[in-house]
Ligand binder design. Structure first.
Ligand code: GLU
Length: 420
């Protein structure tokens, strides 16, 4: 089956390195550490799809289930031409840690299909999604493993998964997947939830740093689901969006611009690049701009030992998973940059996924305000808890978040014991 080698630094090795650092700091039982480095289950499947040209193309899909100490596995499915196994493994581990940081009754999972969705028709994507669901049907389920959107997947793909799963079982089972369209049991507020959580965590960080959000400058890497809504939501606090980017490059105007207008431009031209009154910057340059707040909202491995010393932002809110390596973390910490780590900063997505799942299981639907208020409370509580550990233990926020999560996970594993 097709496997793509991961770029360096290998994300799984990064995840293990993060676990090692925290395990040493908190004197975690080495047996628990050993367990956490090994996902419970990995399934790799071939997905044959008859393409629009009449020929069959076989895609490779994977689902990795990391931990089920608290409840079902939970995590998104990403479609990307370069998605690699060790990346999905790392993402599954980070999902476990993330769920534990915010105290959700889930363990982590992640899925991926090696494909380029930008070059596929809607019908090809639908066939691929449905066949993938069919291939993993035995290991997913509302009490087993609940998928969700991730990079280049959205409510549309979730609706196909829901339909395929329900047709196979013979009745409607909306709780099989989260991030669905509202029409089939999706939750109000889910679409913006990841970004809302990121913005809440940046706001809390700004309070601690005594940084006034009014007129604070913001650069956002990535202008997809997370980046775009982060831009509009943080603007509501009076921040100035001065730079954004997508896979084709970035734009910069120190005076700021309206992200809604940039979105219109992207819809017309396919990219943010070329938006009126802005200067073109690369994705790498965007990270080093003189801004107050930096929100990486694209992929892993963006802030590395090499560029970390040049980061000028005071606060980094990680909307993406895994954007910063452990070496870069140390440099940023020494330089006084306040990093709200992915496992806290982007936990809003899975938090509202949990709310969607609860609404589906109870056949209830909550108002958008109810969802947003619950999200606000959970994010602030998690931030406070992590911040307390950060101060008490004199460690950066990522290590502090891991400490909070690993305590919960270790306790659950110890109480359950190892089968048989
Ligand atoms: N893909 C998102 C994440 O990385 C959401 C996962 C979910 O809602 O299950 O957190």
């Amino acid at each position: 089956m097709e496997q793509i080698p991961c770029d360096e630094p290998n994300p799984y090795q990064v995840a293990c390195q993060q676990l090692d650092i925290v395990a040493a700091h908190m004197k975690l039982d080495p047996d628990i550490l050993e367990l956490l480095k090994h996902p419970k289950r990995t399934l790799i499947v071939s997905i044959p799809v008859r393409m629009d040209n009449g020929h069959i193309k076989v895609f490779t899909g994977m689902r990795i289930q990391h931990l089920d100490a608290f409840g079902p596995f939970k995590g998104g499915i990403r479609y990307h031409p370069e998605v690699c196994l060790d990346e999905v493994k790392a993402l599954a581990i980070w999902m476990s840690i993330k769920c534990a940081v915010v105290g959700l009754p889930y363990g982590g999972a992640k899925g991926g299909i090696i494909c380029n969705p930008k070059e596929m028709s809607e019908s090809e994507l639908e066939h691929m999604t449905r066949r993938f669901t069919h291939e993993i049907i035995d290991i997913i389920g509302p009490y087993r493993d609940v998928p969700a959107p991730d990079v280049y997947t959205s409510a549309r793909e979730m609706a196909w998964i829901y339909d395929t799963y329900s047709e196979a079982k013979g009745f409607a089972i909306p709780e099989i997947v989260t991030g669905k369209p509202i029409s089939v049991g999706g939750s109000l507020g889910r679409r913006e939830a990841t970004s809302r959580g990121t913005v809440i965590s940046v706001r809390e960080a700004a309070k601690r740093m005594k940084l006034d959000l009014k007129n604070a400058t913001v650069a956002i890497q990535g202008f997809g689901k997370v980046g775009y809504h982060a831009a509009t939501l943080i603007s509501e606090y009076g921040c100035k969006i001065v730079a954004v980017s997508d896979s084709r490059g970035g734009i910069y105007n120190p005076k700021g611009f309206d992200p809604k207008e940039v979105k219109k431009h992207k819809q017309k031209t396919g990219s943010v690049v070329g938006f009126q009154g802005t200067k073109k910057v690369t994705n790498e340059e965007l990270l080093e701009l003189p801004v107050d707040i930096l929100i990486p909202a694209a992929l892993e491995n963006q802030i590395l030992a090499g560029n970390a010393p040049r980061i000028k932002a005071k606060i980094i809110g990680e909307g993406a998973n895994g954007p910063t390596t452990p070496e870069a973390d140390e440099i940023l910490y020494k330089n006084g940059v306040f990093v709200v780590p992915d496992i806290l900063a982007n936990a809003g997505g899975v938090t509202v996924s949990y709310m969607e799942w609860v609404q589906n299981l109870t056949r209830e639907s909550w108002t958008e305000d109810e969802v947003n208020n619950k999200l606000e409370d959970r994010m602030v509580a998690a931030f406070d808890e992590v911040y307390k550990v950060h101060q008490q233990e004199k460690v950066h926020m990522r290590t502090a978040a891991y400490i909070v999560a690993l305590k919960r996970i270790a306790e659950a594993i110890t109480d359950r014991g190892i089968f048989p």
